[in-house]
Design a protein around this ligand. Structure first.
Ligand code: CU
Length: 67
């Protein structure tokens, strides 16, 4: 599991966009939790952490890996 901190989510649309962006990253098997209130997410699988961050940036959100 990889945990992420995500800045910029403000509504359920953002949660959906983040979920879709993370789902598309190679190596991600499950997007487990995208938490709007806390600005966190977790994915299962073995993705490149940098690829997760890059995918979120492409979707318009600043992110960093780590709980
Ligand atoms: Cu939103």
């Amino acid at each position: 599991m990889v945990e992420l901190k995500i800045e910029g989510m403000s509504c359920m649309h953002c949660v959906k966009a983040v979920t879709e962006a993370l789902s598309a990253v190679p190596g991600v098997t499950t997007v487990r939790g995208v938490d709007l209130e806390h600005g966190t997410a977790a994915v299962d699988g073995a993705p490149e952490p940098a690829a997760l961050v890059a995918a979120l940036q492409a979707a318009g959100y600043q992110a960093e890996v780590g709980g």
